[in-house]
Design a protein around this ligand. Sequence first.
Ligand SMILES: NC(=O)c1ccc[n+]([C@@H]2O[C@H](COP(=O)([O-])OP(=O)(O)OC[C@H]3O[C@@H](n4cnc5c(N)ncnc54)[C@H](OP(=O)(O)O)[C@@H]3O)[C@@H](O)[C@H]2O)c1
Length: 275
Amino acid sequence: MSHLDLAVLGAGNMGRALIGGLLRQGTRPERITVGEPSAQARQALEREFGVRATTDNITAVREANVVVVAVKPQDVAAVLKPLAPEFARSRPVVLSVAAGVRIAALRDWCGNQIPVIRAMPNRPALVGAGVSGLYAPADVVATQVDRVERVMGSVGEVVRVETEAALDVVTALSGSGPAYFFLLAELLAQAGTRLGLPAPTAHRLSVATLYGTGLLAHSGDGDLPRLRAEVTSKGGTTEAALRAFGAADLAGIVERAVAAAAARGRELAQQYVAD
Ligand SMILES: NC(=O)c1ccc[n+]([C@@H]2O[C@H](COP(=O)([O-])OP(=O)(O)OC[C@H]3O[C@@H](n4cnc5c(N)ncnc54)[C@H](OP(=O)(O)O)[C@@H]3O)[C@@H](O)[C@H]2O)c1
C-alpha cells in the first residue's frame, strides 16, 4: 500500500478529527505535519497526538504527498496561493474539505498542474462516525484517490460522486443532515414534555431513540422502508403518528428543505471563485 505523508492545514474541528482518525487507524504521528496559526492549538496537537505543528504552512507541506486543507472556506485562497511554488516542486495531491470552494478555484490557487480532490464530510466525523461525499476529477491518478479515500475513511464512510455539482446535494443531505435529525429529536422531546413527561426524561428518551435508530439503520442491509414497516403494526400507535406526518406532507417539507440547503450552498459557493 502506498504510504501517506500528510500535511493538515488548519487544526480546528475537522482537522483534529482527521488527525485523530488517522492515528487511530495506525498512521504514525511522524508522518503528519500540521500548519496551524494558534500557539495553543499547536501545543495541544503536539501533546495529545505527538504530531509536529508549525505556523509556517510551507514547512508543513514540504514532505507531504497529501495536503489536507481544513481551514474555513473564506481562508482557503490566502492559505493556498503562497504554497503554489512549493507544490510545483513537491507535487502532492491536495484534498479540500472546505464547503463550497470549487475545484476550478482550488486549482487556480494551487497551480493548475496540481491534482485537487474535494470531500464533504459531516459533523459526526468528530466521533469517527461521519460520512463524506468525495469528488475526484477524472485526471487524478488512482493512487492519489486511494490515499485521499484513506484519509477521509479514517473518520467514517466515503461515498464517491461522479460530478462536482453532486457535492452541493451531498452538502444539503449529509452535510446539513445531522441538524435535521437533531431538530426532529428536539421536537420529539418537546412533544413528549407537552404530553406530560418530565423534560429530562423526554430528552433522554429522544436522544437514545435517535442513537438506537441510527445503529439499527446502519446494521444489516439498511432497507429503510422495511425497518419502518417492522415498527409499524396495522392499526397501531406508530401508524397513527405516520398518518399525521403524511397529512402534513412531511415528504414535501423534507424535499423543500433539502432543496433550499442545496440552493444556498450554490449561492455561498459564488463567493469563493478565483480572481
Ligand atoms: N466542522 C464540520 O462539521 C465540517 C463539516 C464539513 C466541512 N467542514 C469544513 O472544514 C473546514 C474547517 O472547518 P472547522 O469546523 O474545522 O473550522 P475551525 O474549527 O474554525 O478550524 C479552522 C482552523 O484553521 C485554522 N487556520 C486559520 N487560518 C489558517 C492558516 N492561514 N493556516 C493554517 N490554519 C489556519 C484556524 O486557526 P484559528 O482558530 O487560530 O484561526 C482553525 O484552527 C471548513 O472549510 C468547513 O467548511 C467542516
